[in-house]
Design a binder for this molecule. Structure first.
Ligand code: 0RQ
Length: 501
């Protein structure tokens, strides 16, 4: 039905996804909604991929550039990558087909801090945005839009694009109305003003997205759920990592370096993050807050139990069960969750002011505390930096978590030198593995090396790391950050040649 499109001008633009996809010119740059599998367009990208496939089969290939909030789903990244339809992708993806295209050199990929994407677009660094394709929950009579389960870069895409295609998804709860906080006070330098947000619960913007009606060239009605990956219960390694972090928090509270209600937490998604949230939920904490980018199952549980008072984010990322829980109890959750655009949810000014506790995963860390979050063996893209840099550099505590080994113990997550750097030694304050926690605050490089090897390395690799470090110290080279340059990346080369570090 048309009940969710209350504006009469826009209801005249209703058409099929196939018709809407025909309106996108070859070579177009398209800004799509979507963040961690929430609020992405469900129909137009697939129809566009079909059109690209037909054109390719007819001998006239078409490609487009795709900008989003963050990761989407197989119906978007997967479908378009499958037909080799993407020329340039930014700023984040986690799709297997997309990743393959990137790593085979078929797709350009620009991996940038999520808070900075809209600024790049506004400043003209990325070129022109032709079309925005945005999922919303409804269109009000006056044309204002009720945002969907993520906001991401939607405000910017709508403002920057020449043309807008709306997908109105009736699977998104209308009761989300009022949960969003869209801030219309951003500006480019030199005209910026302080952002007057001093608590994660502060509302500083509007509940709706605005869109000039004459930009809207198509409205497509859809009815399908977000990606909603299933939840895997924490394994033993994740539980151990979580225990180390919880002990550390208790210690910091006792020392007076953290308040009893901690500081606003930011947490990634996945097994380890969930274990930490579960640990917090079972601990002595009440009335915590979250200033983060994604609300995952664990945060919902914490809100329910009162461990968490409020969560600010830009998107949900829920399992099917948690989504049911949310939709069935949305009146309870509604005033405890605020969804913002990602240039606000991840804003450096706000992360620094609030003193966020940033907790993110890593692929490898080196003995001096540099962290690689994105590259496998230095050359192959995994997902992207996402928001980890926004929070890690500006947070009060920047915690990076990982199992001490990968690939059934063939790879050490602690290496002499990282094969790619996302978070430098200057930004990384704490590294945790199931072996233990390295608190690097106030330590100089040589002290850090001992602390990381001692506390975080797997016993299988510990002696070799210490041996590397000691020989580096004895090499006659610089004694600030001792390295054996001819050997620093030999662990990676070993893995490539022998399947073991
Ligand atoms: O690959 O599934 O093929 O075996 O990397 O590793 O251990 O499952 O951990 O899912 O937490 O991901 C850094 C990638 C960790 C993630 C990263 C292989 C490993 C596996 C995944 P397989 P795990 P996680 C938060 C802010 C950047 C974005 C970010 C990430 C796969 O946390 O993308 O922080 N972070 N955003 O086998 C070779 C190593 C490896 C390795 C792991 N040293 N060498 N392969 N793997 N370590 C906001 C959000 O998250 C939305």
């Amino acid at each position: 039905g048309t009940s969710r499109i209350l504006n009469s001008q826009l209801s005249q633009r209703i058409m099929s996804a196939e018709q809407a996809a025909e309106l996108i010119p070859p070579g177009a740059t398209i800004g799509m909604s979507g963040f961690t599998g929430a609020g992405y367009p469900k129909a137009v990208p697939k129809a566009l991929a079909e059109r690209i496939r037909r054109l390719r089969d007819a001998g006239s290939p078409m490609r487009v550039n795709i900008w989003t909030g963050a990761s989407t789903a197989p119906e978007l990244d997967g479908a378009l990558a499958e037909v080799d339809g993407i020329n340039m992708r930014l700023p984040f993806q986690s799709d297997a087909v997309c990743r393959k295209q990137i790593n085979e050199g078929q797709m350009q990929y620009l991996d940038i801090h999520l808070s900075e994407v809209s600024q790049y677009a506004w400043s003209g660094f990325l070129g022109k945005l032709d079309v925005a394709v945005i999922e919303v929950a409804a269109v009000l009579e006056d044309g204002r839009l009720i945002p969907s389960s993520s906001i991401g870069n939607n405000k910017t895409w709508i403002e920057q694009a020449d043309k807008v295609i709306l997908e109105v998804n009736d699977k998104q709860s209308l009761k989300m109305e009022g949960m969003h906080d869209v801030y219309y006070g951003t500006a480019l330098p030199p005209n910026r003003k302080p952002i007057l947000l001093t608590e994660p619960s502060d509302r500083i913007g509007e509940r709706y997205l605005h869109c000039p009606l004459d930009k809207v060239i198509a409205v497509v009605e859809t009815s399908s759920s977000d990606r909603n990956s299933a939840f895997t219960p924490p394994d033993e390694t994740s539980a151990l990592i979580a225990d180390h972090i919880l002990d550390f928090f208790a210690h910091e509270v006792k020392k007076g370096r953290l308040p009893a209600q901690l500081l606003p937490i930011q947490s990634g998604v996945g097994n380890i993050a969930n274990a930490v949230l579960e640990g917090l939920n079972n601990g002595p904490y009440k009335n915590l807050s979250a200033f983060t980018e994604v609300i995952q199952d664990g945060m919902l549980k914490m809100l329910k139990s009162g461990t968490l008072k409020v969560a600010s984010a830009t998107a949900f990322s829920l399992s099917p069960d948690a989504l049911d829980e949310f939709n069935n109890n949305i009146d309870f959750y509604k005033d405890k969750i605020i969804l913002r655009q990602q240039d606000i949810s991840n804003h450096p000014e706000l992360a620094r002011r609030l003193g966020v506790i940033a907790m993110n995963g890593l692929i490898e860390a080196d003995i001096y505390g540099n962290v690689n979050s994105t590259h496998i063996m230095g050359t192959r893209m995994m997902n992207g930096i996402g928001g980890s840099g926004d929070f890690a550099r500006n947070g009060y505590l920047s915690i990076f978590m990982t199992p001490s080994t990968a690939k059934q113990g063939a790879i050490s997550s602690i290496v002499p030198m990282v094969s790619h750097v996302d978070h430098t030694e200057h930004d990384v304050k704490i590294i945790v593995t199931e072996q233990g926690l390295a608190d690097l605050r106030g330590l100089a490089p040589k002290q850090r090396a001992k602390c990381i090897i001692e506390n975080c390395a797997h016993p299988e690799f510990k002696d070799r790391l210490m041996d590397y470090y000691e020989r580096a110290c004895a090499s006659g080279r610089g004694m600030h950050t001792p390295h054996l340059l001819e050997e620093a990346l030999s662990w990676h080369v070993n893995f490539e040649q022998h399947g073991r570090m």
